[in-house]
Design a protein around this ligand. Structure first.
Ligand SMILES: Nc1ncnc2c1ncn2[C@@H]1O[C@H](COP(=O)(O)OP(=O)(O)OP(=O)(O)O)[C@@H](O)[C@H]1O
Length: 308
């Protein structure tokens, strides 16, 4: 059996008195696409940068393609692709030159012209980096991560700032990479992205893993976790609606005009909710009984308060 793409045990990283990563364990098999999720400041970028060899761990063990990134970086670097958060390049370098330069460092690179074309950057190949739009800079950064035909790519928020068209394009490309057996570890704040792409999801908070599994396992549906959700005008009196339901049920307005009923769903509960809305002269729209989506699971696990 091949060594895992990434294997992390008991990883700890401190910045002064701040513990950014606090005993994190993670295993990613080859050929998988793993999405690392977590609120701002959860320790995702720090973890990824330690895997890439850009930062040193304080303690714990990290193996990437079986190698220690801190001590065996020279052997590891040609085998991985890295797209850092925010990207970056010399402001005056042209898009085509930049990719050509990165390709020239690889033993068996992809054709840079082909990659620019696939990522919709061919018309911008003579444009200096500083004049590319944010989404174009992101795509160029992704092209740089992929041009060396890596076995494993680390992508830190690869579609942040992209318009929906560019995002779909990148999703297609990542799907194709996975079909080719490339291992992909990405961080994202887009739950839709994780649900659409990931074989495995790992949720971290305060530097530790708090949940992991396939997207469908994490959002698993059974009689106890199925939820009733509906939309109506914002500001309904959820206390009154909760009181109309049997004891133990609780209604909350998860976002303005978006309501969730916590408690086991049965026909009586659905009928009480719609009848109560009718009494208020309110139409309950998009009434939905079903499993939670990944965003809901994420918020339940990490809380709804804004992180500093
Ligand atoms: N170079 C640094 N010096 C000091 N503190 C840092 C440094 N880099 C990160 N931190 C802190 O470490 C913690 C983890 O940061 P990290 O960037 O790894 O989180 P993240 O999950 O990637 O966050 P985000 O989703 O906002 O990108 C945060 O509290 C952050 O402020």
């Amino acid at each position: 059996m091949s060594t895992p793409a990434v294997e992390i045990t008991g990883l700890v990283k401190r910045y002064g008195s701040k513990t950014a990563v606090d005993g994190l364990d993670l295993k990613m098999d080859r050929g998988r696409l793993l999405a690392l999720l977590g609120p701002n400041g959860a320790g995702k970028t720090t973890t990824v940068e330690i895997c890439e060899g850009f930062r040193r761990a304080d303690s714990g063990s990290v193996r990437v393609l079986g190698l220690d990134p801190a001590r065996e970086g020279a052997a590891l670097r040609p085998r991985i692709g890295v797209m850092p958060q925010g990207g970056g390049a010399y402001p005056g370098v042209r898009a085509g030159e930049m990719l050509g330069l990165v390709a020239s460092c690889a033993a068996n690179p992809l054709d840079p012209a082909w990659l620019l074309d696939v990522l919709g950057l061919a018309p911008a190949k003579r444009t200096p980096f500083k004049r590319l739009s944010g989404g174009q800079q992101q795509r160029l950064s992704l092209a740089c991560a992929l041009v060396g035909r890596p076995e494993l790519v680390f992508l830190d928020e690869p579609t942040a700032g992209m318009d929906p068209q560019a995002r779909r394009l990148v999703w297609e490309l990542l799907g194709a990479l996975r079909s080719d057996g490339v291992s992909v570890l990405l961080t994202t704040h887009l739950m839709e992205e994780a649900e659409a792409l990931a074989d495995d999801v790992v949720i971290v908070d305060h530097g530790r893993v708090i949940a992991e599994g396939t997207p469908s396992a994490l959002t698993a549906d059974d009689a106890d976790t199925a939820q009733l959700r509906f939309k109506a005008r914002a500001g309904l009196d959820t206390g009154l609606l909760s009181a109309a339901l049997p004891e133990g049920y609780h209604v909350q307005e998860a976002a303005p005009g978006s309501y969730q009923v916590a408690g086991k769903v049965n026909p009586q509960v659905v009928s009480t909710v719609t009848a109560w809305c009718a009494q208020q002269g309110v139409l309950a729209e998009e009434l939905h009984v079903g499993k939670r989506d990944l965003e809901e699971v994420f918020l339940e696990l990490t809380g709804r308060e804004l992180r500093s």
